[in-house]
Design a protein around this ligand. Sequence first.
Ligand code: AMP
Length: 460
Amino acid sequence: MSFADLNLIPELQRAVADEGYTEPTPIQAKAIPAVLERRDIMGCAQTGTGKTAGFTLPMLQLLAPYANSSPSPARHPVRALVLTPTRELAAQVSDSVKAYGKFMKLRATVVYGGVDMQPQTKALREGVEILVATPGRLLDHVQQKSVALGQVEILILDEADRMLDMGFLPDIRRILSLLPAQRQSLLFSATFSDEIKKLANQMLRNPTLIEVARRNAPADLVKHQVYDVPALRKRALLARLIRSRDMKQVLVFLRMKRDCNKLARELVRDGINATAIHSDRTQAEREQALADFKEGRCTVLVATDIAARGIDIEELPFVINYELPYTPEDYVHRIGRTGRAGMPGEAISLVCPDEHRLLADIEKLLKRAIPRETAEDTEDRPRRSRPAEEREPLDEAPKRHGSTPPPAPRPMIAADGFDFSKPYEPSTAATERAAPPPSRLRSTRPTAALLGGLSGKDKK
Ligand code: AMP
């Protein structure tokens, strides 16, 4: 099947050809015709399936009649609104809208928190047909009257499950109340909780259900592995895995943002090029860390679940769960970063005894047991052949090398220039203090603070 078979207009066919796409992905083949028929959609799809183009292409086509080059803001009311949980995802969706819509005279902009509102206000006041936004910042603009939503015809909720996990439901309800009742709504979610079904029932009319993977099933190409390891030995095992498997690009997940810098710093001390991305870093720092990782200047990116949302890295070969997430759905989200676009990937979890219950929940959701490896399996052969007393200990226990001189100091500057040789100073922000210690496991759904410390309006 080609994009022409989906009756896409020539402007869009040219744009996808420029992107190098030769044929639609399964979700695109299903979603594009349904959206063009102005149907509501309930889409179950992970990142990496091509869902962004699946909703963006038909959205642009439906808006094509509004294309105009008038300078008057009145000629450019918001016709389509895309809501995303994080600024990274918002920026990515906005980039896609711009790339696919580059041959059309439609205006688009993106608004998210954590950055100056002024340039966003200016763009909104000039008028845009397509607005990509995170919920809190959108409401800030609504309050300031820099945007009106009374002419929205298409609403898209991307990664709706994540938005609910992050506590955006009240914001979403407020935004829904500002939109015309007569509209087309699309809801995309990687997982289907009861809360999502409830939201879908409220906002969708007779939706077409589009599923491209088994429900709650991670990409089939991913190989899952679990290493049973005491918590104190995780870091040494991580470093050893990265070296012995010659990993060149690894996304490492932690639960708490305050631990991300610490782990990245320790890896740098181990001689591994690592950086961290989490919501305490400025937008510029996050973008720089992501660019360094994507372009191969940095081997390891340490991230919280929230900071990693929307990270789009093609062919990411390894995802390592340094800590298991509190909810099994987050495991699915995390490993959705690998095994993408037909490439095989590996999801490796370092599991300490405290986390066995979380692992059982994940295996229940996956409906299969994950193979266990032992930490010794990671040792490279020459080392294994040495007598036990000569082996490097996995943990940080005092080294038993007798009179062997201490190793030369390793580089302490990360790819993004962050100096890890400075003493680690945990953030004292209120959000951080509110977070429980990492070892405290909870059976309830995680709060935003647990997932990365969010509070207030600018939580995106
Ligand atoms: P998404 O699931 O929307 O995050 O897309 C994942 C990746 O697939 C992105 O890097 C897209 O550029 C890419 N992609 C989307 N549609 C296609 C297609 N039809 N053919 C090849 N790559 C695609």
